[in-house]
Write a protein that binds this ligand. Structure first.
Ligand code: 5GP
Ligand code: ZN
Length: 136
């Protein structure tokens, strides 16, 4: 398969590894938005988060606290963003599901865009029903 992260997982392309187990690999992002910016990926190829098995997402989630703790202590970060982009509309470039762990400090200039709005009357309940009817 022509997937850059599968090639990294297979060792065909080098990466600066931080963590590895049977199901998960973490390595430094080659184009960091902050020093120490990590990627965490399932070893099994999935393009999208919604395709992942509960076992694989559990394995990824299980390692996040340790990685975040190491990242905070290594970089002196005050916090971090955990980011998962699914779909090109959401900024996904590499079609192998991955989580960004980005160390943050106040004033780092990375910003945080959160254009919150208010639901018009009734729209919130309509959305609740729509999502519930699709939840399997
Ligand atoms: P996306 O935009 O898909 O959420 O993020 C893809 C990320 O993968 C980018 O931040 C990019 O810098 C990183 N990336 C792309 N190719 C490589 C690579 O060959 N090695 C590493 N370590 N990171 C990569
Ligand atoms: Zn892949």
């Amino acid at each position: 398969m022509d997937c850059i992260f599968c090639k990294i997982i297979a060792g065909e392309i080098p990466s600066l590894k931080i963590y590895e187990d049977e199901k998960v690999l973490s390595f430094l992002d080659i184009g960091p938005v902050a020093d120490g910016h990590l990627l965490i990926v399932p070893k099994k190829h999935y393009e999208r988060l919604d395709q992942m098995s509960s076992e694989d997402i559990t394995a990824v989630a299980g390692v996040l606290p340790r990685l975040a703790d190491a990242l905070v202590r290594a970089t002196g970060a005050e916090g971090y963003n955990l980011l998962q982009n699914t779909g090109s509309c959401a900024g996904q470039v590499v079609p192998h599901v991955h989580f960004h762990l980005i160390p943050r400090v106040s004033g780092d200039g990375l910003g945080y865009r959160w254009p919150a709005k208010k639901y018009p009357e009734g729209k919130d309940k309509e959305m609740q029903q729509k999502i519930l009817s699709e939840l399997k």
